[in-house]
Design a protein around this ligand. Sequence first.
Ligand code: ZN
Length: 312
Amino acid sequence: MLKTHGFNILFTIIFISLFTSILLFYRAEVGNALLRDHLFPRHDTFNLASCQAWAKEVRDFNVRADTMANKVTVLVYHRVIQEKDIKSNLLHNDGSIVDTVIKKSNFEQQMDWLYTEGYTTLTLKELELFMKGELNVPEKSVVITFDDGFKDNAYEAYPLLKEYGFNAVNFLITGLIEKHDHHYEPGSFQYLSLDDLHNSCDVFEYGSHTYNFHKRTPDGDSFLISNNTKVVQSDIEVSIRHLDGSHYSFAFPYGEYNDTSIQLLRKLGFNMIFTSNYDDVHVGYPTNEIPRKEIFPDDGMKEFKAKLGHRR
Ligand SMILES: [Zn+2]
């Protein structure tokens, strides 16, 4: 009896240590497998259509010829985080903040300036019509976009945007959307949940940033460019399904693309395709390569204003 008991304990210890070492050895793979399990179900949708109707309504800005825009700047943000929550995982070795994060206080200052200056935030539909020369928009017009769909967008950026009466665009990696909501932990790598999407649907219009292809190969190539067209197409089609069949707007992961990727997106019906090429948008500009200006953590107000074409 005692002997059997001892054997059981020994067996359990051996089993646990073996299991742990296998787990440690394959840590990356196990991590990926867990991540894959958490992907938003391929055949579900976000059911956003009803709360996104506002984004399709085009306003009549009634602008005089001398105050209408001849260019519009499209801004790109990723994450907005309070300074106290920016920990070592979001800092480089020299203590500077990683490019994809900006302090909430900076974001607030930027939004406050846009508001004080009387800027209008355009919807994508309004931007499209402006680009086609079919809509006159105010000289001080801007489009605010966010890439990747981080949870802080709903908790830090959304309340400020709403306070200023602004709207923005959020390009989602749709597979990373959490079907079930989790408590917000500032500074950690969390993505928007389905509840977050619905709760911030009056400010954000949503576009595709792929389903699960915001990745690079071991050689550093973007999945969108390195995989064959069929594979890329099936990934993007899942993101379209998630977005309730919406194939209107798309932003390239890492801003990387080629002619084949543009042709594929056109074939899938996308009208508004965004790059990260640094430029303003003018009338007549092709809507399949829309440039954007990224805002970085070390941009002061001087740099921010300069990106919007203000010299002082
Ligand atoms: Zn991205």
